[in-house]
Design a protein around this ligand. Structure first.
Ligand code: HEC
Length: 250
C-alpha cells in the first residue's frame, strides 16, 4: 500500500517535472530556455531532434534538461546512437573538386553578386580564403545569427534543448525549405512539445540578411569555420552596402 502510494506519487512527480518545462516553453520564454539550452548544447541530444518527427525524444530531451538532469537516466539513453549516425550523414563529399552536401546540394562558390557568393544555381554559399579570411556576407550572417537566432538556437548554430542545431539543419534541408521556414515560421505544438519558430518574413533585420545567415550556417555545418566570431573577414564592399541599404530602407 505504502509503496504503491509512493510509486504513484513518484510517477506524478515525474509527470509534473516533465510537464512544467513544456508549459514554460511558450514564445515569450525562450530566452530562459536558451540559457539551459546553451549549457546543454554540447550534450549531443539536440542536433537530431528536429529531423525525427516522433515526439517522445523531444519531450524526453526537454524534460531531462529542464529538470537539471534529475530525470535524465530514465529518458536519455535511447538517444545515444544518434550522434554517430549524424556525423556520418554530415560529411561534405568532394565530387570532382566540388563541395557537395549530403543532400546533394553543391556549395562551391561560383559567382558573386551584391557582395555575396553563390553556387552555379544561384544558391548562397560561403567563401573562405586559405588564411581563414571569411567573405563579408558570411561574417554578416554570423552577426545576424547571433542577434536574432542564437537566443533559441544556441551559440554558433550548435542548437539548444529548445530549438534544433541549424548548422546541421542546413546540410539536410535545401535552401528553399530553409527560406520558407524563416519567412513563415514553424510550429510543433502537441502534448509532448510546445515549439514555436517565429515567422521573420517581415522583420528586415532578419530578412535582409537571410542569405548571409544561411551562408554562415553552411560554413559552420561543414566546419569551414570554427565556433565564435570569425577572426578575419573581407571588408564590406560597395555592392553589399548598396544592396543592404535598399533592402533595409525599401
Ligand atoms: C523564439 C525562438 C526562436 C527564434 C528566435 C528562432 N527560432 Fe528557428 N526554430 C525555433 C524552434 C522551436 C524550431 C523547431 C520548430 C519545430 O520543430 O516545429 C525552429 C526551427 C527552425 C528551422 C527548421 C530547422 C529544422 O531542422 O527543421 C529553421 C531553418 C530555423 N528555425 C531558422 C531560424 C533562424 C534563421 C532564426 C534567426 C533568424 C531563428 N530560427 C530564430 C525557435 C526559434
Amino acid at each position: 500500500m505504502t509503496s504503491n502510494l509512493t510509486a504513484s506519487l513518484l510517477a506524478f512527480g515525474i509527470v509534473c517535472a516533465s510537464a512544467t518545462p513544456m508549459l514554460a516553453q511558450t514564445a515569450e520564454t525562450p530566452p530562459a530556455q536558451a540559457g539551459a539550452g546553451a549549457a546543454a548544447a554540447t550534450s549531443g541530444n539536440a542536433p537530431d531532434a528536429p529531423a525525427t518527427p516522433p515526439v517522445a525524444p523531444q519531450g524526453g530531451a526537454g524534460a531531462a534538461t529542464a529538470t537539471s538532469g534529475e530525470a535524465q537516466p530514465a529518458t536519455t539513453p535511447p538517444a545515444a546512437p544518434a550522434p554517430a549516425a549524424t556525423e556520418e550523414d554530415l560529411a561534405v563529399k568532394a565530387d570532382g573538386g566540388k563541395l557537395v552536401l549530403p543532400n546533394g546540394q553543391d556549395i562551391t562558390p561560383e559567382s558573386q553578386e551584391n557582395g555575396r557568393w553563390y553556387n552555379a544555381e544561384g544558391i548562397p554559399t560561403y567563401k573562405i580564403e586559405a588564411d581563414g579570411t571569411v567573405d563579408y556576407a558570411t561574417f554578416s550572417g554570423y552577426r545576424r545569427y547571433s542577434a536574432e537566432c542564437h537566443v533559441c538556437h544556441g551559440p554558433d548554430g550548435e542548437g539548444s534543448t529548445y530549438a534544433p542545431a541549424l548548422k546541421n539543419s542546413v546540410l539536410k534541408m535545401d535552401y528553399y525549405a530553409y527560406q520558407e521556414i524563416v519567412a513563415s515560421g514553424k510550429q510543433e505544438v502537441n502534448k509532448a512539445a510546445n515549439l514555436v519558430m517565429p515567422a521573420f518574413g517581415t522583420n528586415k533585420n532578419v530578412w535582409c540578411y537571410v542569405d548571409d545567415i544561411y551562408a554562415y550556417l553552411l560554413a559552420r555545418g561543414t566546419d569551414a569555420i570554427p565556433r565564435g566570431r570569425p577572426a578575419k573577414k573581407e571588408s564590406k564592399s560597395d555592392e553589399f552596402t548598396a544592396q543592404e541599404d535598399s533592402c533595409m530602407n525599401g
